[in-house]
Design a protein around this ligand. Structure first.
Ligand code: GLA
Length: 699
């Protein structure tokens, strides 16, 4: 049974491998008791209450809670901070009821003195080993109540010296992974940019010296693409207090009589055997439960995008030439990126003018689409719906549609303004123009970009409190727009991009079929970006391209086979200028595209094992395993002192089964046990050598 309740006060949430337990303690508080490997016997928790006694500190601050409120002599980071109309600022609750419905539990907490109620929702995904959590706050009275903080979930993890993994990224350098020990105080990861942003990711991974296949990891990821916050606080009472949800910075929400506020959900899990199990659980969960159904079970097509080939200079003849070559190397989708609309010749103009440029496409887009379709490819375009340039008809007509302060110069990022999505007319404009494009043209794919953060929001709204609602309303309306577009055009594939990886999160995953993890397409840097990305997010959701060498960002020259294999670790894309690359390069790309098509089911849907990491090993290797078939990519960056033999241990095989391994045109027959425990000796030589190894289980 996924949910058990003992004597109306102890709650046990069981997945196949894990348990999560809390109870109503003697003080009426929801006291968190346990999160870890499965313990089936709920009665074992009968007399367990965790209180750390100490004369100065309030007992409540020492209790690991399911939903703590600021006030009442609590001084730790709390889940809720609110203000009633008379100024009282704590939520002193009583558990007034609970409901169990199959795999869902909801517990209601009602203030003892005020008509205010919080409902905690838990949904147990038994088979997937994931628990979904979110909360709802409700004003049951007449007077306004102001929420100043309301996280999605709070976790207590007993013990000290935990490490928190998250990222410290920037444009072109997303997913730089850090594991920081928290001995004292708080570690905070937050985005205040109105989007997920590159700096951090709305997820947490907590461990003590865990490795790929060893150690305990507590993890969670937020289904939200706006301002978020993660706080991990090492309390002096020997537990780590972890909170995740909408950021409380510049946030408040006015609950008028009868109003509710529901938080985004967080999906969390526990792995008793390291990071690999965490990633497998999350990847499977994402593909099965979150990803839009239209493309969730289909392998993604190999796309060609002409951005790096032509930048803004997209013209009909040139694009047709590229399309023919793209089809020749095996692309299945042809995408024109920025530059096809308005007078868009640079990033200084035309965002907002979403009609086809008459200069670049005198006959409209249809002749190009027809050519592309004749070549058996789908057709896609780039849009950036949330933005507008000062030099655009849209801005000239609606200067009041952008976030701005009345008495100051409006700030620009990448020469553009952010549209005020809290205005209904802006939302309708966005839905309308996307709908018109998708109705008028046979468009199979959209790359949805967002190239600057949001700012200057604090004058939108009537009251000071309402002005702090903007960030959440903005994100909710972004979801409304994309949701409506998908509803109207369910056959179209959508990719999320935000100057690279600024919108990689489970909230966007509900609406997008894939993400663009970084504008950094250097095949070496990408290996590290892709590795960190894979901790939580599945390979299928990661577009990975090969582009021309030397790379525009790093100036690094990387051989085409290495670069192709780096890109084949995700959903493959090609971004080379096919008009200028050598025949030899084009032939190699074509050959590898054909290989990729044969293996993409394994890469996109298989279990991903991080075998070797450049952060600590001599070379990089990643394995994808689906049933008996596997693919391993290995990459040597810098061969030293003539060394050419490296041992590589595979994972996820059956000890007793026999496997045929094909590596470098040599075929080996080995047992699973040999391959996993002894390993295969592979040859990698010199700089930028790489190898693709195929694993086939003998029937
Ligand atoms: C952003 C994206 C790029 C490209 C450009 C186009 O930088 O991340 O991939 O689409 O915009 O202007």
């Amino acid at each position: 049974m996924p949910i058990q309740v003992y004597e109306n006060k102890t709650f046990l949430l069981n997945t196949e491998k894990t348990s999560y337990v809390f109870k109503i303690d003697k003080n009426g508080i929801l006291n968190h008791l346990y999160w870890g490997r499965k313990i089936d016997e709920i009665k074992d928790f009968e007399d367990s209450e965790i209180h750390r006694e100490n004369s100065y500190h309030a007992c409540i601050d020492k209790t690991m809670e399911e939903c703590s409120s600021f006030g009442m002599m609590r001084y730790k980071e709390t889940s809720i901070k609110l203000r009633y109309s008379d100024g009282v600022g704590d939520f002193r609750y009583q558990v007034t009821g609970y409901e169990v419905n199959n795999n869902c539990l909801l517990v209601t907490l009602k203030d003892i003195f005020y008509p205010f109620q919080v409902t905690l929702f838990y949904e147990v995904f038994e088979k997937e080993n994931i628990i979904k959590r979110y909360r709802k706050a409700e004003n049951l009275g007449e007077s306004d109540i102001v929420l100043e903080r309301f996280y999605s979930a709070e976790y207590g993890i007993p013990g000290t010296s935990y490490e928190l993994i998250n990222f410290n990224g920037t444009w072109g350098a997303e997913f730089k992974r850090y594991s920081d020990k928290i001995n004292a105080g708080k570690k905070v990861y937050e985005s205040l940019r109105g989007s997920t942003a590159h700096v951090a990711n709305p997820c947490f991974m907590i461990h003590k010296d865990a490795e790929e296949d060893r150690g305990e990891v507590y993890y969670g990821a937020l289904e939200y693409s706006g301002n978020f916050k993660i706080v991990a606080e090492a309390t002096p009472y020997e537990y780590l207090n972890v909170l995740i949800g909408v950021s409380d910075t510049d946030f408040s929400w006015v609950l008028k009589s009868g109003d509710c506020f529901e938080t985004p959900a967080v999906y969390c899990g526990y792995s008793g055997s390291g990071f690999a199990e965490m990633s497998h659980t999350m990847h499977r969960f994402c593909l099965e439960e979150l990803a839009p159904k239209a493309f969730a079970e289909k392998p993604l097509r190999v796309l060609y995008n002409s951005w790096y080939a032509t930048l803004f200079d997209v013209r009909f003849e040139e694009q047709v030439k590229l399309a023919k070559k793209a089809a020749g190397i095996g692309a299945e989708l042809f995408v024109i990126d920025d530059g096809w609309f308005g007078n868009r010749n640079s990033d200084f103009s035309s965002l907002g003018d979403w009609y086809v440029s008459k200069v670049k496409f005198p006959e409209g887009l249809n002749p190009l689409i027809e050519e592309v379709n004749k070549l058996n490819m789908g057709f896609g375009i780039w849009i950036e719906p949330e933005m507008v340039n000062e030099d655009s008809n849209l801005y000239r007509e609606h200067p009041d549609w952008v976030y701005q302060y009345p008495n100051r110069t409006i700030l620009k990022g990448r020469n553009q303004y952010a549209l005020n999505l809290t205005k209904e007319e802006v939302v309708q404009f966005m839905i309308q123009f996307i709908d018109v494009l998708l109705t008028e043209y046979k468009i199979d794919y959209i790359k949805w970009d967002m190239n600057r953060p949001v700012g200057e929001t604090s004058v939108c709204g009537e009251t000071p409190e309402e002005r702090k609602e903007v960030w959440v309303k903005h994100t909710r309306n972004f979801y409304r727009v994309i949701n409506e577009c998908r509803k109207r055009h369910p056959e179209v594939e959508f990719e999320a991009c935000a100057s690279g990886g600024g919108r990689v999160d489970l909230g966007a995953m509900r609406y997008f079929d894939e993400y663009w993890p970084s504008d950094n397409v250097d095949a070496l840097d990408r290996l590290e970006i892709q590795e960190s990305y894979s901790y939580i997010y599945p390979a299928k959701y990661m577009r990975a391209w090969i582009t021309d060498t030397p790379d525009g960002l790093t100036n690094r020259k990387i051989p085409v086979t290495f670069a192709m294999r780096s890109a084949m670790c995700g959903s493959l894309g090609i971004g080379n200028n096919l008009n200028t690359i050598s025949n030899q390069e084009a032939e190699e790309i074509k050959k590898q595209v054909a290989v990729y098509k044969k293996i993409r089911n394994i890469v996109q849907f298989g279990k991903l094992y991080r075998l070797k990491s450049l952060t600590k090993d001599e070379f990089h290797a990643v394995q994808y395993q689906k049933d008996g078939s596997g693919i391993v990519f290995s990459f040597l960056i810098n061969g030293r002192y003539g060394k050419e033999h490296y041992n590589l241990k595979f994972k996820g095989l059956c000890n007793e089964s026999n496997y045929r391994i094909s590596a470098n045109e040599t075929v080996y027959e080995k047992s699973g046990a040999y391959l996993m425990y002894h390993g295969l000796d592979i040859v990698l030589k010199g700089d930028y050598d790489s190898q693709m190894i195929e694993i086939i289980k003998d029937r």
